[in-house]
Write a protein that binds this ligand. Structure first.
Ligand SMILES: N[C@@H](CC(=O)O)C(=O)O
Length: 466
């Protein structure tokens, strides 16, 4: 615990180590850096925020209840506030793939807070007799109750700051396009074959509805994240906590989050079961599956310009090809598809991790934390980018849409009630073989009058919602 210009000596239960004197993390973080040079991926900033919110609340409550000295409690709170405001963010350095349960990341948080609190109190970094990462910052806590709580809070932060606003904007943008394209008639396609006509605007309205239903599903699933098992400490029994701590700490977190959290009715259950995360991840996967479908549709409808559908034009945002001049690719939709596949992969890994709990604990939480929060953030960023750089700028090729609708063999479907399915099928077959229009064949065969046909083969009417 001495400090010289280049390093200080810190001690843990395994011995002494030199720690660079300028860093705020300590000996346990150093060991984790050495042990886990795995992906180079550092903890997500939202996850760090979630841990800091917990540590701020626990310091307030442990100070109030007389479990830690008030000056230390206040210094930890100040340190947490400073870091939440953006300071020392480069001090959270443990690889995402690390010690089971997340003890290494958790100790990284405890050490940085302790060392900054020491400075605030006028002491030297590493003087853990004065402020200890374990005895003060972590008083009455364990990785085992802090990390599942941090995943809940991190999930809620990612949802409110990133995913929900992006979904809102996308839903509105799709509805705006629905209104703009409401009168454009196009051919429907089922099995990728000609089907009855539809309105381009209604395609966009359907997508808007699909996203809004996913928004509701995610919102409902995220209710589970508001039930916190903090206070369970190491095994869910609450050992080493003050009797009033577990309720009070949830009240304080609710105040910090400006959102009503609840204490879990059974702390062991909250620690052992990863079901809330599986539920939210499942809702994200569900959204990703439909979003992938929408992005594939956008690419298909924009295909061409000479050899594809080109029913719509996605706004060109960058040259598409390194060799083919003048080529513009549907890059925003392509990116969206890839992110959606990543979300599905993350969800698979979360499902595997969630069933791997044993006895009192599920140690696979670091994977769940990263995958869940990252899923929300990359989905939110993707939806925001797709909305701004693609959906809002889509234009329709009205003539191309109409030409396909007029040429669709499935128009004969409208003749069913008048000439019967089998006669209509013959008309379709002849039209395909001869290239004559459906109208012409029906008239030639004397199956219907011109006046009748004018009413029945009315594209506007056929494509309206019935
Ligand atoms: N995850 C640790 C507890 C802790 O880090 O607080 C254990 O159960 O061994």
């Amino acid at each position: 615990m001495t400090e010289n210009t280049n390093f200080r000596i810190e001690r843990d239960s395994m011995g002494d180590r030199q720690i660079p004197s300028n860093v705020y993390y300590g000996i346990q973080t150093l060991r984790a850096i050495e042990n886990f040079a795995i992906s180079g991926i550092k903890p997500l900033s939202t996850y760090v925020d979630a841990c800091l919110i917990i540590k701020k609340a626990t310091a307030i409550v442990n100070g109030e209840l007389g479990c830690i000295p008030l000056d230390i409690s206040q210094a930890i709170v100040q340190a947490a506030d400073e870091i939440l405001a953006g300071k020392l963010r480069d001090q959270f350095v443990v690889d995402v793939y690390q010690a089971g349960a997340g003890t290494s990341h958790h100790m990284n948080i405890n050490e940085v807070l302790a060392n900054r609190a020491l400075e605030i109190l006028g002491a030297e970094k590493g003087n853990y007799q004065r402020v200890s990462p374990n005895d003060h910052v972590n008083y009455g806590q364990s990785t085992n109750d802090v990390i599942p709580t941090a995943i809940r809070i991190g999930g809620l932060l990612a949802l409110t700051h990133t995913l929900q606003p992006a979904l809102e904007k996308a839903i509105t943008a799709l509805e705006t396009k629905a209104v703009e394209f409401q009168n454009i008639v196009k051919s429907g396609r089922t099995h990728l074959q000609d089907a009855v006509p539809v309105r381009l605007g209604e395609n966009f309205r359907a997508w808007s509805h699909i996203l809004s239903e996913h928004q509701n599903r995610i919102y409902t699933a995220s209710g589970d994240l508001m039930v916190l098992g903090l206070g369970g400490s190491a095994a869910g029994t609450g050992m080493n906590t003050h009797p009033q701590y577990r309720h009070r700490v949830v009240e304080v977190i609710s105040q910090i989050m400006e959102s009503p959290m609840e204490p879990a009715p059974h702390l062991m259950a909250a620690m052992q079961s990863m079901a809330p995360f599986v539920n939210v991840s499942g809702a994200l996967r569900n959204l990703a599956q439909d979003l992938a479908k929408i992005s594939h549709d956008l690419r298909l409808m924009d295909s061409g310009p000479k050899t594809g559908f080109k029913e719509i034009q996605l706004p060109p945002v960058q040259p598409g090809s390194s060799i083919m001049p003048g080529k513009y690719n549907p890059v925003m939709a392509e990116m969206t598809s890839m992110v959606c596949f990543q979300i599905m992969g993350y969800d698979n890994a979360i499902a595997l991790a969630a069933q791997a709990g044993q006895l009192e604990l599920n140690v696979m939480m670091p994977l769940i934390a990263y995958n869940l929060i990252h899923s929300m953030e990359i989905l939110g960023n993707t939806i925001a980018a797709l909305t701004e750089r693609c959906i809002e700028g889509i234009t329709a090729n009205k003539e191309r849409c109409l030409a396909y609708a007029e040429g669709s063999l499935a128009l004969v479907t409208a003749l069913n009630p008048h000439i019967g399915y089998l006669n209509a099928a013959d008309v379709a077959k002849e039209s395909l073989e001869t290239g004559k229009s459906i109208r012409q064949i029906v008239l030639e065969k004397g199956l219907m009058s011109e006046a009748q046909l004018a009413t029945v083969l009315n594209l506007e009417q056929m494509s309206a919602l019935h």
